[in-house]
Every structure is written in structure tokens, then in C-alpha cells.
Design a protein around this ligand. Structure first.
Ligand code: COA
Length: 158
């Protein structure tokens, strides 16, 4: 939207806005993902783990979306990405995913992977658009009747 202020921020555990941001993200996650997929998690514990990170987006001060990731020495896993419904289809999911890929590329990481329900067409298209490829179909990954694709982006093959 013309004139909007879009800000991407990496959340740090000592940030003064920690509690506010984590609370808003927990509420967005609950609204976005069905109960059986949104496993109960303590954001505090997860994010204070130095291997985990979170980049969030604010639009005119409103929390519009986030992406969470977890890094090991040479690889990273994107564990969640969501954009609030009223901000979708405006390029923000693309911007969040590009931000985390850029972050990974700045480290020694050479592979980013994620799991996605094949029925989540917007997410599947977003990942494919940014170069992720389907590696494996994991039958019954989310529940007895819900599978997942593992998708990967390898930097050294680009
Ligand atoms: C997936 C999600 C993060 C995309 O966010 P977004 O801000 O709407 O995405 P963008 O506007 O940046 O779109 C980027 C690309 O995603 C794909 N896409 C996004 N929405 C789509 C839709 N409704 N239908 C089909 N493709 C879609 C397109 O490829 C699009 O590129 P294009 O605009 O050139 O066609 C958002 O739909 C969302 O939060 N979904 C619910 C949570 C979710 O499914 N998370 C992934 C769990 S694995």
C-alpha cells in the first residue's frame, strides 16, 4: 500500500519489545494453524535457544507476519511462516522468506529445508517461486491423514 511503513526486524531475546512481539506472534500462529498442526510451544524457550531465530514484519506498527527458523552449522530449517490475512497477496510472505534466506546465506549454511502440507497451495507456490524443490513426501507427518513434503533450497547448486 502506498505510504505504508514496512519494517523487518530480527527478534533478540533482550529486546524491549520481546514480550509484546512474542505475544502477538503466538496469537497469530494460533489463528493461522489448525490446532493439530500448531503444536504447543513455548516461544520464550524456543527463541532463547541460540540456534533459533525469528524475523517479524510490522506494517505501520502492526505485526503483519513472521518467519521462524532454526540453524545448525551448515543447514537451517524454516519452522513457521505466516502473514496476517489482511496483508496477504501483497508480497510480504515473499519478503519474509527472502530475508531468512539472505540471513542463512550470510552464514556457512548451504541448505535450507522446511515441511509443508501439500494442500497449502499459497505456501507451496511461494516456496517453489523462491527455488525450493520437493525432496520427499512424508506420509502421515502431521496426522494420520495429513502428509507433508520436505522441500529444500541448496545454495551451492544455484
Ligand atoms: C503462505 C503465506 C505466508 C504467503 O504470504 P503472502 O504474503 O500472501 O505471499 P506473497 O504475496 O508474498 O506471495 C508470494 C507468492 O506466493 C504464492 N501465493 C501467495 N498467495 C497465493 C494464493 N492465494 N494462491 C496461490 N499462490 C499464492 C505466489 O506464488 C506468490 O507469488 P506471485 O505473487 O508472484 O504469484 C500466507 O498465505 C500465509 O500466511 N498462509 C497461512 C500460513 C501458511 O500456510 N504457512 C506455511 C506453512 S508451511
Amino acid at each position: 500500500m502506498a505510504g505504508s511503513s514496512v519494517v523487518l526486524t530480527e527478534l533478540h531475546w533482550n529486546s524491549t519489545s520481546w514480550a509484546k512481539v512474542v505475544g502477538e506472534i503466538a496469537s497469530l500462529e494460533k489463528k493461522t494453524f489448525p490446532e493439530h498442526q500448531s503444536y504447543p510451544r513455548s516461544f520464550d524457550d524456543e527463541l532463547k535457544n541460540k540456534n533459533n531465530g525469528l524475523i517479524y514484519m510490522e506494517i505501520n506498527g502492526d505485526l503483519a507476519g513472521y518467519v521462524m527458523y532454526s540453524c545448525t552449522s551448515f543447514s537451517a530449517i524454516i519452522t513457521a511462516i505466516a502473514v496476517k490475512e489482511n496483508y496477504r497477496r501483497q508480497g510480504h510472505g515473499d519478503a519474509l522468506l527472502k530475508a531468512v534466506i539472505k540471513k542463512c546465506r550470510s552464514k556457512l549454511i548451504n541448505r535450507v529445508s522446511l515441511h509443508v502440507d501439500p494442500l497449502r497451495t499459497p505456501a507451496m507456490n511461494l516456496y517453489k517461486k523462491l527455488g525450493f524443490e520437493i525432496e520427499t513426501l512424508l506420509k502421515g507427518y502431521y496426522s494420520l491423514d495429513r502428509d507433508a513434503y520436505m522441500m529444500c533450497l541448496d545454495f551451492d547448486e544455484e
